[in-house]
Design a protein around this ligand. Structure first.
Ligand SMILES: Cc1cc2nc3c(=O)[nH]c(=O)nc-3n(C[C@H](O)[C@H](O)[C@H](O)COP(=O)(O)OP(=O)(O)OC[C@H]3O[C@@H](n4cnc5c(N)ncnc54)[C@H](O)[C@@H]3O)c2cc1C
Length: 401
């Protein structure tokens, strides 16, 4: 075992670092309102953000770095997962916008794994070119942790399927082109052998989207209703009624992708700097044993997160599907998101309660926003309890509860 990058990986790390310093506007990370690990943050602040984003996106597409680990024949760069992990670490460190996490990061790898050759040819180039966007239509009012309990049906009628039912907590469904939809295709068969995946054009008649306002005041997720929605049979991805097994693959990719470990390091560095520079009761905060203890704990857990990221990337490069490992990584990173928010609020004291438009708010008012947002991370993509169950059953061989 060797705990370091190869020369090629070192060179790639430097290349990405230089690219980000050059192509992101200089004050970009100061405009970012996202909390590490959070899902529902408001993104970026400032009049020129759209311009900066468009420039960065264009440069990223030119480099082909939006799909770096995909096979070359499908518009990717065929880079290793370790290089993908390095890229994710650096971009999250600089708080660069994440490009097309759902279609590019979750749906495309699943299509590449289980789709037909025609489906790969039809969907992958369009995703690679960022022409289409998607939302994940898994959760329903009575099926979240237990996704095998979904009730939305897609029943075959000639060369079409007719979809009826409801999804909920659908992130971004009000602003995307397609649904990556998990539906029941055989209501009479056992739960785990009766669901399938469809790609559904959101312009199809019969779809109603109702955005839900979050505690951050934005409309991050939605309810989506399907009323006799007709979809071509060719839009069924993977094997009919094997969707639950494809879902496990897609969820593993989701849990790996949403970590953004560099963002934790960046936030930690800002916090440590703040503690060194800020005097309270006549001495720097960094002299306070209470503050030092909290910072040391965070630093330790960030190191653990890094080790898990590199380990998971190494597994993927060896052709192994991350299963327990992606749950461990998701659990550690999202719980760290909460611990970091709590520690930051404790260190800031009353200053942590100040909103971002008041100039004495520390770290641009990120703490109260992060305190609200960090909750989302431990729920989305499977709650912490569910990750612990997976670790107990698949990893430790304990009986099902
Ligand atoms: C910010 C955010 C974005 C999201 N985006 C999407 C999206 O884009 N698409 C999508 O489909 N879904 C999305 N979700 C939904 C998310 O995946 C579900 O909320 C999550 O899987 C939990 O399901 P549930 O809400 O139905 O809770 P439930 O499954 O009802 O669980 C309720 C509580 O019981 C616990 N629990 C349940 N079963 C067990 C068990 N067996 N053992 C121990 N504890 C258990 C859970 O941990 C939880 O604390 C999002 C959620 C959030 C917060």
């Amino acid at each position: 075992m060797e705990f370091r990058f190869s020369e090629k990986e070192e060179a790639f790390y430097r290349e990405v670092d230089e690219f980000l310093r050059k192509e992101l506007p200089p004050d970009w990370d100061q405009k970012c309102l996202a909390w590490p690990g959070g899902y529902a943050s408001l993104g970026y602040r400032g009049d020129d953000v759209a311009e900066g984003y468009a420039h960065y996106r264009q440069k990223l597409l030119e480099k082909g770095w939006n799909t770096i680990s995909w096979p070359k024949e499908f518009g990717g760069r065929a880079y290793s997962y370790m290089e993908q992990a390095i890229f994710d670490e650096r971009t999250s460190y600089y708080r660069a916008p994440m490009m097309d996490v759902i279609a590019g990061g979750m749906v495309a790898p699943t299509i590449l794994k289980v789709g037909t050759e025609e489906q790969k040819k039809k969907w992958i180039p369009r995703i690679a070119a960022s022409e289409i966007t998607m939302f994940l239509g898994y959760s329903e009012p009575n099926a979240g942790s237990d996704l095998a309990g979904i009730r939305t049906t897609a029943l075959q009628d000639g060369d079409e399927y007719v979809i009826n039912g409801q999804k909920v907590w659908s992130s971004g469904a009000n602003a995307v082109d397609y649904a990556w939809l998990l539906v029941r295709t055989d209501p009479t068969a056992p739960r785990h052998r009766s669901v399938s995946f469809f790609l559904v054009d959101m312009k199809t008649p019969g779809i109603t989207v109702r955005p839900l306002t979050t505690i951050l005041g934005n409309q991050h997720f939605c309810e989506v209703f399907f009323d006799n929605v007709r979809v071509p049979a060719e839009n069924l991805v993977g094997q009919k009624n094997r969707g639950f097994y494809h879902l496990m693959t897609a969820l593993d990719f989701e849990r790996v992708i949403l970590v953004g470990i560099g963002g934790f390091k960046r936030m930690y560095e800002e916090l440590a700097e703040f503690a060194k520079k800020t005097n309270r009761n006549g001495r720097p905060l960094s002299d306070d044993p209470f503050v030092r203890l909290k910072l040391a704990r965070l630093a330790t857990e960030i190191e653990i997160g890094y080790t898990l990221v590199w380990r998971t990337a190494e597994m993927l490069d060896k052709g192994k599907a991350p299963s327990v490992e992606s749950s461990v990584l998701k659990l550690v990173a999202t719980e760290l998101s909460r611990k970091m928010a709590e520690a930051t609020m404790d260190i800031f004291g009353p200053y942590g309660l100040i909103d971002d438009d008041i100039d004495i708010a520390p770290l641009r008012g990120l703490a109260p926003r992060g305190y609200l947002d960090c909750i989302s991370a431990t729920i989305g993509a499977g709650t912490s309890e569910i990750q612990r169950n997976i670790i107990a059953q698949r990893g430790l061989g304990l009986p099902r509860n």
